[in-house]
Design a protein around this ligand. Structure first.
Ligand code: DC
Length: 221
């Protein structure tokens, strides 16, 4: 039977980096659900659908064929047959993903795909609603968080390393806004599942958090 670890939490808590390490060590597949919401958002942008047009988003998402493949150990997202991995990490797509992921039709479609993947193979899946909605029977649920200050510092360092100039106070304000939107939306808000274990990565290193998750998983297995 396939096994599953659900990792939820706000943007910038280190979910994807940590989930990748855990998946590699346990020989599970890492499923990045945010990338699926981003691919759907890219499709909306390509079709000139505005973030405010709920009817248009519902109608358009029906014709989006999103599939996931694994190439050289990396998750590759295909949108209507095209590899879109190189197009989904922009601010524009991220903002549209945040807006279109509140739509019930978008969520139904992507949750179905996520559940199908987890039924076929053992997964470490990260997102916002994995422990609460997608995999309510996951073998381990982790809610990974970090203070907004630490998350802003991490993002600031990433941007500076890319040669971009930015204002750390603005980054922290954006993070607080996005947390608020993710936690207060009507459908599947970001929330710790009752049976999830809370880990705060503010003062922990990446490997330390990954080792902790593996230890928790092994203690339950
Ligand atoms: O984790 P990320 O930044 O790549 O996610 C992009 C957006 O998708 C984010 O604003 C929230 C949304 N999302 C979601 O609603 N549910 C998920 N399981 C994953 C992401």
């Amino acid at each position: 039977m396939s096994k599953s670890i659900a990792i939820d939490g706000p943007a910038g808590a280190g979910k994807s980096t940590i989930a990748k390490i855990v998946a590699k060590k346990l020989e599970f597949i890492y499923v990045d659900t945010g990338a699926m919401y981003r691919a759907m958002a890219l499709y909306m942008l390509k079709n000139n659908i505005s973030a405010q047009d709920a009817t248009g988003i519902s109608a358009t998402c029906e014709s989006a064929d999103i599939t996931i493949k694994y190439e050289n150990g990396e998750q590759v997202v295909y949108l209507n047959g095209e590899n879109v991995n190189g197009m989904i990490r922009t601010e524009e797509v991220g903002n549209m993903a945040s807006a279109s992921s509140v739509n019930g039709d978008v969520r139904r479609k992507l949750v179905e795909l996520q559940q199908k993947l987890a039924a076929e193979t053992s997964v470490v899946m990260d997102g916002r609603d994995i422990g609460t909605v997608v995999l309510p029977n996951a073998d381990l649920k982790v809610f990974l968080t970090a203070s907004s200050k630490v998350r802003a510092e991490r993002r600031y360092k990433e941007l500076v390393a890319k040669g971009e100039t930015c204002d750390i106070n603005k980054i922290e304000a954006d993070i607080i806004d996005r947390d608020h939107r993710d936690m207060t939306r009507e459908i599947s808000p970001l929330k710790q599942a009752d049976d999830a274990i809370l880990l705060d990565s503010s003062d922990m290193g990446i490997e330390e958090v990954a080792d902790k998750i593996i230890e928790l998983y092994n203690s339950k297995a």
